[in-house]
Design a protein. Structure first.
Lengths: 198, 129
């Protein structure tokens, strides 16, 4: 805590006050139960997150048949590992190669593949990211610490309808002997959005 | 708030002020009568143009592709048309597509070289080009 003894909680921000007002009103009116909200928050805090996507990527790196299935039908291949659910009905996996770098954005809101990546980070929802990633992706990626050489094509995927995208990053050099768990540990959320490399 | 589940006053009373997006007053008649469509009108490789319509209500057609020419890159499952669902309260399905645009088509001389943008669009947003 930043204050002395924790006796004086920080005042709520505007957004927190609005979230609390909505939550109180919806529970008082019996539209949602507090237990339901707790369950959703807990699921996305502990069980559903980028560790799921990392397992998918690691499997694709070690198993060429799985990779083929993942690129042909992302939703089905991801379901093989037990992942699916809201915002995951139509997942398309796009593969980074030495010639192509893929990156994902939702210019209209914050569409994101929840079953494999969890809930989106704040920057993904920010208007500057959403505007600039379609207009000047190479400049923005460089600013974000992921420079892409001029001769590599950038493909920006704007998830403006039903499909949600997962980037399959390139397997890092020097990981030939690594097992699936070890590989999953190097796959970051940002690499699966396409704004970083593992 | 629009559906009357919660009132603006209730929100303001608890949160100080609770700014709402204040959607434009769009009526059901402002939305084109929908054409249900199961079978895709376009195939991978077809050249299409996004209809250059500027609509005040809810849409999933990003402004930056309106009027622009692209190529169908992927045919996706059909889904309810967002405008119709939002403003006519009907679920009328349309195929959706992944459509590929060259950066130059979208941003002209400000485009970064060697860049493409793929945007997912409903059938009714598109016309043959």
């Amino acid at each position: 805590m930043s204050n002395d003894h924790g006796h004086h909680p920080e005042p709520l921000s505007d957004v927190e006050r609005r979230a609390r007002a909505l939550e109180e009103l919806l529970t008082e009116k019996g539209i949602v139960s507090p237990e339901f909200i707790d369950q959703v928050v807990e699921a996305y805090a502990q069980d559903i997150g980028p560790m799921n996507g990392a397992k998918v990527v690691a499997r694709a790196w070690v198993d060429p048949d799985y990779k083929q299935r993942l690129l042909a039908n992302g939703t089905a291949a991801i379901a093989e590992l037990g992942f699916g659910g809201p915002e995951g009905d139509h997942i398309v996996a796009v593969e980074n190669t030495p010639e192509v770098h893929n990156v994902v954005v939702c210019t209209l809101c914050s569409c994101y593949p929840w079953p494999v990546l969890g809930l989106p980070p704040n920057w993904y929802k920010s208007p500057p990211y959403r505007a600039r990633m379609v207009r000047e992706p190479r400049a923005l990626l460089a600013e974000m610490g992921c420079p892409v050489p001029e001769d590599v094509e950038i493909r920006v995927w704007d998830s403006s309808a039903e499909v949600r995208y997962l980037v399959l990053p390139e397997r890092p050099a020097g990981t030939d002997g690594a097992g699936e768990d070890e590989l999953a540990a190097v796959v970051t959320r940002d690499a699966m959005i396409g704004v970083a490399r593992p | 708030v629009e559906a009357g589940v919660i009132s603006r006053d209730e929100l303001d009373a608890r949160a100080g002020t609770f700014p709402l997006s204040g959607p434009a007053a769009v009526g059901a008649d402002d939305v084109d009568p929908p054409t249900p469509r199961d079978a895709p009108r376009f195939a991978v490789g077809d050249v299409v143009r996004v209809r250059d319509r500027h609509f005040g209500g809810h849409t999933r057609c990003p402004r930056y592709v309106r009027g622009r020419r692209g190529v169908i890159a992927r045919v996706d499952p059909a889904a309810p048309i967002p405008e119709v669902e939002a403003h006519r309260r009907q679920r009328v399905i349309n195929p959706t597509y992944g459509v590929r645009f060259d950066a130059g088509e979208l941003w002209s001389d400000a485009a970064e070289p060697n860049t493409v943008v793929l945007v997912d669009l409903y059938d009714c947003y598109l016309e043959p080009a």
